[in-house]
Design a protein around this ligand. Structure first.
Ligand SMILES: Cc1ncc(COP(=O)(O)O)c(C=O)c1O
Length: 381
C-alpha cells in the first residue's frame, strides 16, 4: 500500500509512548499522577457551557469558514483589553483550536519555485510546527533554545543563505516547554528580519494568559504587522481543549490568504462552539481563577523541588515547569525514575535534542493530586 514517506519516517508521537508507559503501570494497579501532557483538567466555566448548550439549534448548517462576526468582534475586544491593540475583526479568523491551523500554515506560505522552501522553528518545542512543515514539503532548520541564551533563539547564528530560503519562522512565547516569555525586542527583530528577507513570522501564543507575575506581551503589539501572524487559543486560557477554538490574526494579506485556503480544508469551529467562545473571550474572571489555581500548584511543586535541591530552569509563565535533570542522569532516565514512584513527567528530549537535560512538569493534576505528588517526590528525589 502506498504510504507517505513523511509518515513512514516519523517515530511514534512521543506522548503516545509516554501514555503507554503510564498505562502499563496503572494496569498493575499502581498510582500515577500525570504531569505529562498539557491538557488542563480544570472545569470549564458554567456560563461557557451554558452558551454552548444554548447554541445548539434544531438545524445546524455548515459554519462559514471565516467564522461568526460576533466571535471575531469578541476576539477583537479581548485583544484591545489585553494588549491595547485595535484589530479589525475582518483580520481575525477563528480556527478549530490552533493545532490544525499551525499544522497547515506552511502550505499557505511556502513557495519552493521562488526559492522560499525553508521553515525555521525553535526546539525543544511543540512538534506540530515541524510535522506541518515536512508534510508541506519544506526543508526544516531548527533554532535551539538554550539556557545560556535565556531560552531565546540566536537569530545571529542564521546564515544569509538560510534567511534567503526561509518562508516561515515559528516562535512560541510564553514558551512550551521552557516557560520563558519573549521580550518585545524579539518580536521587533523578527518582524524587521521578515520584512528584510521576505518571510512570515508565525507567533504561537497559546500560553499568553497563563502567567504569574507580569502579563506577557504579544506580537500583536508590533506597530507594523507586515508578514506577521499570531495564533492564540481558548484551550489553555479557558480550559477548553475539547471545544477546539482558537484564532489567527495579523497581517491582513496573510489573513486574506487564510480565507482563501481554509474553505478547502475545512471550516471554522461548529457554531455552538463559536457562541460559547464569545462568552469565553469576553470574560476574564474565570481566567483569573484559573491562574490562581496554577499559581498554587506551581508554588507547591517549586517548594518540593527546592527542598531536594532540584533546579528549576524555567517557571515564569505557562502551565509547565522546566526542571533540570540531576547530574549523571539523562532526561529519559530521570523521568523513568520519577514514574517508578508514580510521578509522570515528559522527558525534555521528547521535545527536541536541546531538551536533553530537562524534564517538563505540566501542572494539570488537581491541587490534591499535586499535594500527593509532593509526598511521592519526597521519596523519589
Ligand atoms: C505551544 C502550543 N501551541 C499550540 C497548541 C495547540 O493547542 P490547541 O490546538 O488546543 O489550540 C499547544 C497544545 O498543547 C501548544 O502547547
Amino acid at each position: 500500500m502506498p504510504l507517505s514517506p513523511i509518515l513512514r519516517g516519523q517515530a511514534t508521537y512521543p506522548f503516545v509512548r509516554l501514555n503507554d508507559a503510564a498505562a502499563a503501570r496503572r494496569a498493575q494497579g499502581l498510582e500515577v499522577i500525570d504531569f505529562g501532557m498539557g491538557d488542563p483538567r480544570e472545569s470549564t466555566d458554567p456560563r461557557i457551557i451554558q452558551a454552548l448548550k444554548n447554541g445548539v439549534l434544531e438545524r445546524m448548517g455548515y459554519p462559514a469558514a471565516v467564522g461568526l462576526p460576533e466571535l471575531r468582534e469578541a476576539i477583537s475586544r479581548w485583544a484591545a483589553r489585553r494588549f491595547g491593540v485595535l484589530l479589525d475583526p475582518a483580520d481575525i479568523i477563528p480556527t478549530l483550536g490552533t493545532k490544525e491551523a499551525i499544522y497547515s500554515f506552511a502550505q499557505v506560505v511556502l513557495d519552493p519555485a521562488a526559492g522560499k522552501d525553508t521553515v525555521l522553528l525553535t526546539e525543544p518545542g511543540y512538534p506540530v510546527y515541524e510535522r506541518g512543515a515536512l508534510f508541506a514539503g519544506a526543508r526544516v532548520e531548527t533554532l535551539p533554545l538554550l539556557e545560556a541564551n535565556g531560552f531565546l533563539p540566536d537569530l545571529d547564528a542564521v546564515s544569509p543563505e538560510v534567511w534567503r530560503r526561509t518562508a516561515l519562522v515559528w516562535v512560541n512565547y510564553p514558551n512550551n516547554p521552557t516557560c520563558v516569555c519573549a521580550p518585545p525586542e524579539l518580536y521587533e527583530r523578527l518582524a524587521a528580519l521578515a520584512r528584510e528577507h521576505d518571510f512570515v513570522v508565525a507567533s504561537d501564543e497559546a500560553y499568553t494568559e497563563l502567567w504569574f507575575d507580569e502579563p506577557p506581551v504579544s506580537a500583536l503589539q508590533l506597530t507594523d504587522l507586515t508578514n506577521v501572524a499570531v495564533f492564540n487559543t481558548l484551550s489553555k486560557r479557558s480550559s477548553m481543549t475539547g471545544y477546539r477554538s482558537g484564532f489567527v490574526a495579523g497581517d491582513p494579506a496573510l489573513i486574506g490568504a487564510l480565507k482563501q485556503f481554509r474553505p478547502t480544508i475545512g471550516t471554522a469551529p461548529q457554531e455552538f462552539v463559536q457562541r460559547a467562545s464569545v462568552v469565553a473571550w469576553d470574560d476574564e474572571a474565570h481566567v483569573e481563577r484559573a491562574r490562581a489555581v496554577y499559581a498554587r500548584k506551581r508554588r507547591l511543586l517549586l517548594r518540593a523541588l527546592a527542598a531536594k535541591e532540584v533546579r528549576v530552569a524555567g517557571a515564569d509563565a505557562t502551565m509547565y515547569l522546566w526542571v533540570a535533570t540531576p547530574a549523571g542522569e539523562t532526561s529519559e532516565e530521570f523521568a523513568a525514575r520519577l514514574l517508578e514512584h508514580g510521578v509522570l513527567v515528559a522527558p525534555g528530549s521528547f521535545l527536541g535534542p536541546s531538551g536533553e537535560g530537562y524534564v517538563r512538569f505540566a501542572l494539570v493534576p488537581t491541587e490534591d493530586e499535586c499535594a500527593r505528588a509532593v509526598e511521592l517526590l519526597e521519596v523519589a528525589l
